[in-house]
Ligand binder design. Structure first.
Ligand code: F0G
Length: 349
């Protein structure tokens, strides 16, 4: 039985027998072949479906580690800033551990599903008049001045948890892929995957390293522009970040791997979101679709070698943000309770 990623990778994580494992059996997510994408880009494309984690995003990988270590160190309350998913995950793992959880989110800029998760798990949630970067600065200050443990990805245990996704991919494919595409927000995840791929090669589990391809939304692309974005703006609220905490680590992942970090427009993100839902059968949130939007953009520019093995991480479940799914689809027709009327409305008769 799968017992969560700490048990699965105990010898490769900074835990000891004394660490109380707080787990919801996260990890072990599907690596799904995407033939429609493979055909479009002339490569062999897989999706690492992180929406299959317990709270519906990759954040659970980091949170099992961060909360286990916080409890080990005696924390009674954890705190985070979030665009939504981190808060949902922190709230669930804090509930599981029986400790408190405080969450700072940008007012009006987090998806409804994520807000409902933080609330239902009993987090104390504050909506801050500011953006994510302001929330992170506040959370860091509070963690310095008060007895609360910060569980944002500046917490190194988070990255150790998240690196296990790379281990799973190498196990599933028998080696590392040629290219790995990810959405980039606070830049923790691309840094964590890069750590995981490097460790796997050092351990002899893989023979090569992938090129890391990260994608930011064009209205929130500080790494691409080389400067902080004071007022980040994108429909992909998960990655609406103007001053990523792991900026330097992400640059290292990009440069050491021979990869790139580029921008995709909101329109490209929305098109990839629809394509994933309608032709691949995988419902992701908008921010997650940035990895696939980036892959399609690179392929159009001739940047994906024929037959390359490519993994795109789709980071969060589409149900996190049902409003987008509904508002971009035609409204369902209301009909009388009648078979002929139904058949006509369905173009069957
Ligand atoms: N995709 C989703 C669905 C996310 O929620 C995030 C980040 C990212 C991608 C980007 O990952 O920050 O490691 O580069 N969400 C954070 C949060 C910021 O608060 O939930 P990153």
């Amino acid at each position: 039985m799968w017992r969560g990623l700490i048990e699965a990778y105990r010898d490769r994580l900074p835990v000891t027998e004394a660490t109380p494992v707080v787990t919801l059996h996260e990890g072990n997510t599907p690596l799904v072949p995407a033939p429609v994408l493979s055909q479009r880009v002339g490569a062999d494309v897989y999706l690492k479906v992180e929406g299959a984690n317990p709270t519906g995003s990759f954040k659970d990988r980091g949170m099992t580690m961060a909360v286990s270590k916080a409890v080990e160190e005696g924390a009674k309350t954890i705190i985070c800033a979030s665009t939504g998913n981190t808060s949902a995950s922190a709230a669930a793992y804090a509930a599981r551990a029986g400790i408190g959880c405080a969450v700072l989110v940008p007012q009006g800029k987090i998806a409804l599903g994520k807000l409902s998760q933080a609330l239902v798990h009993g987090a104390k949630l504050l909506q801050v008049e500011g953006n994510f970067d302001d929330c992170l600065a506040l959370a860091s200050k509070l963690s310095q001045d008060f007895p609360v443990a910060l569980v944002n990805s500046v917490n190194i245990f988070r990255l150790h948890g998240q690196k296990t996704a790379a281990f799973e991919i190498v196990e599933a494919l028998g080696d590392a892929p040629d290219i790995h595409c990810l959405p980039v927000g606070n830049a923790g995840n691309i840094s964590a995957y890069w750590m995981g791929y490097q460790e796997d090669r050092e351990a002899g589990n893989s023979t090569r390293l992938p090129k890391m391809y990260g994608f930011q939304a064009s209205g929130a692309a500080p790494i691409v522009n080389g400067k902080v974005v004071e007022q980040p703006s994108t429909i992909a609220t998960a990655i609406r970040i103007g001053n990523p905490a792991s900026w330097t680590k992400a640059l290292d992942a990009r440069d050491s791997s021979g990869g790139l970090i580029d921008a995709v427009t909101d329109r490209d993100i929305l098109n990839a979101y629809r394509l994933l839902a309608r032709e691949v059968g995988v419902f992701v949130e908008l921010g997650s679709a940035a990895s696939v939007a980036g892959l399609l953009q690179q392929a159009a520019a001739g940047g994906i070698p024929a037959g390359a093995r490519v993994v795109c991480t789709v980071t969060g479940h589409g149900l996190k943000d049902p409003e987008w799914a509904i508002s971009t689809a035609p409204s369902p027709t209301v009909i009388a309770n009648d078979a002929l009327v139904a058949a006509k409305a369905l173009d069957l008769a």
